[in-house]
Write a protein of this length. Sequence first.
Length: 325
Amino acid sequence: MKRNSLTVLVGALLLIIFVLLLFTFQVRQTEIALVTTFDKPSRYIDTPGFKWMLPPPIQRVYKFDKRIQTYDQDTIDETLTSDNFPLIVQVYMGWAISKPDLFFSSFPAGTVAAAQPVLDSLIRDAKINIIAKHPFSDFVSTDKSQLKFPQVEQQILQHIKGSAATNYGIDFKFVGIKKLALPESVTQKVFERMTAERQREIESLKSQGDKQASIIRNKADTEASTIRTKADAEATEIRGRAESEAAKSYAVFEQNPDLAIFLRELRALEEVTKEKTTLILDERTRPFDLLTHPVTNQLPTLSTNQLPNGNLAVEGKTTASNNQQ
């Protein structure tokens, strides 16, 4: 009796497992599942876990990798720019299955490999159309600011994104330029063009430098002229004051020429003997004769305000002592 119960239990367990295998399936985190009913897509599931289904041949399950697939274009195509320069451009792309029912209908094999020829055709047409709208300088230039690689890549992506999603259930994530080359027939012309562009840039920089130098020189000349004008005006004013003061002195000295001569000789003697000095000369040489011969000239009495700057007043007879060393 116990043996029969055990057999029934095992049989029931096997039946349950068999039913679960027929009526359930598992979707992994990286998968997206398409359920077909009588070989026609009925629903797709992109959430992981165990799901229910009817047993084959009523329903079948097809699973696809929902991660981003990368594809590098292997073909080498020569494309013309808007100014008729040939370019060899290879691109790479990233895409994922967004609608598995549409993808399954478009590619009966339902595999990534089956989609590659269609992807290659889409990217080739988009590449030719977009590059034909751009000049050669957007791809090859000595000026980095003229290069338009990001814009070209974005335009190619937008060109294929809509049709790929609508017709094939494919969502293009990114497109990039993998390789850019020049045909051998135009390489020399391109180098010459780049050299000419670089020379024009050099000339432009030199012109800007000359312009800035001219501005600086003109500014410096203007400032120097202003300073000279101001200095000349101040010098003229100073000379005028000096001549005015000199005129006063000359008026006094004209009245007393002996005093003028005497003062000049004293000033000369003071300047010569200011430092420690040894002089070898004739004792009669003026003004050094004042050191050896008394002055007997009768100098008139002058008040302080009669002398220039009011520095000296002389009264009566002035005598220089006769001291010899």
